[in-house]
Design a protein around this ligand. Sequence first.
Ligand code: ZN
Length: 291
Amino acid sequence: MSSTGDGDNAAPCLALDIGASKIDGAVVSANGTLLQRERLNVRELGNDLLTPIVAMLQQLQKGHEFSYLGVGCAGPMTKGGEEVSPLNIPQWRNFPLRSELEKKTGLTTFVDGDARALALAEGEYGAAKNDTSYISMVVSTGIGGGIVIDGRLLDGETGNSGHVGHINVVPDGNLCSCGARGCLEAEASGWAIEAMTGKSPKDASSETRSRTAELVGRGIGSLCSVLDISNCYVAGSVALGFGDEFFHAATKAARSVARLQYSDHLKIERSGLGDEGPLLGAALVGRRASK
Ligand SMILES: [Zn+2]
């Protein structure tokens, strides 16, 4: 099934966002409007996640002609999502996600990391609309991201570029799900905060909040220095829940480690996307790959 040609630009696409706790599907118009939306609660599903996902997609397929299926899924994964092994979806290890979805839906299917998909949406519809280079980041239960330079989302050798949660911020720090110690995700994510304090991030003390902002800021600052990027946009329940104070403190910490002159205007701000962001991102994964 071909996904190129002008005619496809006007057709809606099917979008799928696969997270650890919920799986969302939607019909997305060519201009980025969600026309129809469905959700699965992962906790209510058994070991077989694929069957209910396919049933949801087939429901959304009724009455529409689609150009393609775009998918955002938690990582890591092999290039193009041929095999996914999301750290917090233990049912799937080396799971052949792209080919299974393509076979079951009959639609040309494109898969990328969920945080990378969000970076695409940030540039198209969110706070990075006017930027050609930026870091997009999610500080939530986990920490993920995507890096756009000169208008292009960086892929890297295996398509996993942008895993900002695994930048080292504390030498010999907490053990991370990746196996290393002191990753940003093991020190500043929602699960790390719970593991360290025994409290939900919602109830975090001001000390925990400033430490989290400081570490996120230092991680971002290092990246911004290396990559010559001045704008970083952060989504996710932990960062957004900590509010303005988080963004001020993170920007201050980032500037304290990024001292070269070209980083003078470095800023860390809120994502401009609402809760439709991940689905819009999934749709853009398809648009980007089908070009
Ligand atoms: Zn790690």
